[in-house]
Every structure is written in structure tokens, then in C-alpha cells.
Design a protein around this ligand. Structure first.
Ligand SMILES: [Fe+2]
Length: 437
């Protein structure tokens, strides 16, 4: 359970993300030796532990970093939404104990938190982690740029794990979220930035430190996803560590409660005008026709009023697909502030946006898709001067908060979606309510 002198428990989605078992998978890091490891669980208040399947591990042996392992084991057989305790055992001895919550079913209301651009080890990242802890989400979705600035192992160890695995929750340190709360995340440009493995053999750690569903398009390295280059040995070390995650884990989808999530790679090399890729999104959204809510998450926003990254709005090409298949909200980051669009429809051919200015903040049924930029999770804020300068906003922008770090809290039940944007000080800076009936 120890790595670099620290205990780093973690948890993320199990690859078979759907079905009746509501399975999740726990992850933890260890040195290269030790074990074998097992995971056991018991429902809150119960005495009897129940073993799960034997844990499996992935060996990370990239140049320049002490070889270590990422272990994982599935958690099954728990009542949806119930509290439970779990232990990791090494050679039969418990080495880590924590509590968590089983995934909720479609009939249970749920709450999730969204933010991005976070892994900076900044005071504001820790404040957001602490406020997230106070919000008690069922899961957390990160919109990319998970760690700065090169997606490398030491950056995870200095700027990500300590903040989200802080021993105690506090605004000064962060919060112990990873051991108890489900995380999912999209790859940002900083997460996949290092493609030259001779320069940074531990680049693109996203592909072995995260475990997410492998149900996206298969992908071809260098076309759909990030490139790998360098000596045969360094590229092989990366590919051995990443296994089947690379390149496929750049895009995936999952269900949580009554909502369906489609997570896509917004980085420039991914050409979403390619019909083969766009068809995957269409099929995925069609498959979710029974979900009460459809969310899409990726890094680079298609609709952004900030002067920062203004030229990178290539993802708006997907707007007609989102509209045709009933996407409710698109969550993005990349731009380090908060922006809410009017409910809108957009035609990439004519570049015309049709805005629903009557929705205001609901409650009601918006006519179009609402696009959120929620990239104020820890990195330096962009364009604070634009918050009060409405004449600098694009016509599709309804709310623009760039003077304070913030995160998004969403409460979903079958008929209503309540969305609040909360500042690093815990005060609400925006809210709106979508109803379907
Ligand atoms: Fe970014």
C-alpha cells in the first residue's frame, strides 16, 4: 500500500460499467513487491467480511521511476447506494480500511460534482477539494487537465493524490475523497501532452493511473489519439504499463443512476468530423434512450467567451448530434473559469446559433443544449477582467464567473436537474433548474 512513502488508495469505475450488478472497482498502488493482495467488503454495521475476486495488477516500469504496481479488484454484491466498509489485505493481513458507497440505481436520486484543470497543488485546488467533500457527491467527474503540466507520475504524486487523499478534510489540505468517492475523468491536453517517451518516459500516466470503461471506438495511435514516439524500449515500457487502456480509454461512456455519460477526447488530433467517430457518439447516445438525463464531458469547450483558448472551439462541430439525441448538459474545462451558455442550437455550416433566452435559470425545459465551462478547479484563473465586461462575452454566453475558483454540483432525480456552481469559499455563484415535465 505504500508508494513513494505515501499510502495512495484510489477508486474508479469498473470497465463493465452497466448491468445489474452495479459493479465498481477499487484501485490502489503498491511497490513492485509484496502481496498477494485481496479486497474484502462488508455492509455498514455488519460483522461478516466477504471476499471479492482476487486482485489483479498492472506493473508500471517506465524509465526514471521506481517500478511499482497499480492493483484493482471489483466490488460486487452490495445493495445499490448502500454504505460499506472495505479492506485491502496483503498476504492475509489488513493494510488499509475505509468506507465507501455502492453505486446508485436508476431509481435513486443522485448528486455529482464536476470540475477540471485541477492538479496544480494550489491553495485553490485544496479549497475546491474541501468544498467537494462538504457537498457529499456520489461521484466526481473531472473535465481534464487532471495534473499539470505534463501528465507525469511525479505530478500525480505531488499535485493529485495528496490533495484528493488528504488525511483530514480541510480548506488548507484538501480532502480524503479518492478512498471513498467514485472518480471519472476525461483526458485534457496536459494529460496526454508528452508523446516523446525519450524525453519523459512517464508521460501520459492517464493511461495507467486511471481505469475507465473500454467501450469507446478502438482508435488508431497517431490518428484518433495521442502519439507515442521514442526508443523502442521506452515506447514498449509505456505500452506494457497502459495495456489495453491505450489508446482506447480516451473515449468511453457509462451510466450512473438515471443518467448516461458520454466522455470524449476533445484534443486537437481527434477529428470528430470523421463519420466513423461521430457514428460512435450517435450509437452511444441512441443506446441511452431510456436514461432520464444525457450528459457529455470533454476538455476543450465548443462554446467559450474567454479570450483564453478562444481559437480552440473546434468541438462545436458536434452540436447537431448533441441536439438530435437529447443531450441535456455538456461539461467541459480547459478554460480556467466558469461559463454557462443559453440553451442553444448551433449549425456548424452557417455558424448560426439559436438561443433560448426565455429559460433564464428555469425551472423549465430548455430549448437546446446547455454548455458549461467548469475549468476553475485549481489552476490559475483566466480572464478575471471579463466577468464584469459583458460586452466581451459571445452572444451565447449567459453567465461568466472568472474571479473565483468554483465547481459544479448537480442533483438529479427523474423529473428535475438542479445545477449549482459553488465558489472556493463555499458560496453559490450560479444556479439553474431543468425540468422535463
Ligand atoms: Fe487544457
Amino acid at each position: 500500500m505504500r508508494l513513494g512513502g505515501r499510502t495512495i488508495p484510489g477508486r474508479t469505475l469498473y470497465p463493465t460499467w452497466t448491468g445489474p450488478h452495479l459493479r465498481t472497482r477499487h484501485l490502489w498502488h503498491t511497490a513492485d513487491t509484496g502481496g498477494p493482495f485481496e479486497l474484502r467488503v462488508r455492509a455498514a454495521g455488519k460483522k461478516k467480511w466477504r471476499g471479492t475476486a482476487q486482485a489483479e495488477s498492472r506493473r508500471i516500469a517506465v524509465s526514471g521511476v521506481e517500478p511499482h504496481r497499480v492493483w484493482s479488484a471489483p466490488v460486487t454484491g452490495l445493495r445499490a447506494g448502500s454504505e460499506f466498509e472495505y479492506q485491502v489485505l496483503s498476504a492475509g493481513t489488513p493494510v488499509f480500511t475505509a468506507t465507501s458507497q455502492a453505486r446508485k440505481s436508476a431509481s435513486q436520486p443522485h448528486r455529482f460534482v464536476v470540475f477540471g484543470d485541477c492538479g496544480q497543488n494550489s491553495p485553490e485546488q485544496k479549497q475546491i477539494a474541501y468544498q467537494t467533500h462538504l457537498a457529499k457527491p456520489d461521484f466526481i467527474f473531472l473535465t481534464g487537465d487532471l495534473v499539470y503540466s505534463r501528465g507525469r507520475i511525479p505530478e500525480y504524486r505531488e499535485r493529485y493524490f495528496p490533495v484528493y487523499s488528504a488525511p483530514e478534510a480541510s480548506a488548507a489540505a484538501g480532502a480524503p475523497l479518492l478512498k471513498s468517492v467514485l472518480f471519472a475523468g476525461a483526458p485534457g491536453n496536459h494529460d496526454i501532452a508528452e508523446t516523446d517517451f525519450d524525453k519523459y518516459p512517464d508521460g501520459q500516466a492517464y493511461y495507467y493511473y486511471w481505469k475507465q470503461p473500454l467501450n469507446g471506438p478502438l482508435g488508431e495511435p497517431g490518428k484518433l489519439t495521442s502519439k507515442t514516439q521514442g526508443s523502442e524500449a521506452n515506447v514498449k515500457a509505456f505500452r506494457d504499463a497502459a495495456g489495453s487502456h491505450y489508446p482506447r480509454m480516451a473515449n468511453f461512456s457509462f451510466d450512473y443512476g438515471n443518467a448516461h455519460w458520454t466522455v470524449i477526447d476533445g484534443n486537437r488530433y481527434a477529428d470528430w468530423t470523421d463519420p466513423a467517430l461521430a457514428d460512435w457518439i450517435i450509437k452511444d447516445l441512441r443506446s441511452a434512450s431510456k436514461a432520464a438525463w444525457r450528459f457529455v464531458g470533454f476538455h476543450q469547450p465548443g462554446f467559450n467567451s474567454s479570450k483564453a483558448h478562444f481559437a480552440e472551439q473546434h468541438m462545436r462541430v458536434l452540436a447537431p448530434i448533441f441536439e438530435a439525441h437529447g443531450v441535456d448538459v455538456v461539461f467541459t474545462g480547459h478554460v480556467h473559469n466558469y461559463q454557462r451558455s443559453y440553451p442553444m442550437k448551433y449549425d456548424p455550416a452557417t455558424k448560426k446559433a439559436t438561443l433560448d433566452r426565455k429559460f433564464e435559470k428555469g425551472p423549465g425545459r430548455p430549448n437546446g443544449v446547455i454548455y458549461l465551462v467548469t475549468g476553475a478547479g485549481g489552476a490559475r484563473l483566466y480572464n478575471p477582467e471579463q466577468q464584469d465586461a459583458m460586452d466581451t462575452w459571445q452572444e451565447f454566453t449567459q453567465v461568466f464567473i472568472s474571479k473565483i475558483h468554483s465547481f459544479t454540483v448537480v442533483d438529479a432525480d427523474n423529473a428535475k436537474l438542479t445545477i449549482r456552481q459553488i465558489g472556493a469559499d463555499g458560496k453559490e455563484v450560479d444556479n439553474f433548474v431543468i425540468t422535463k415535465r
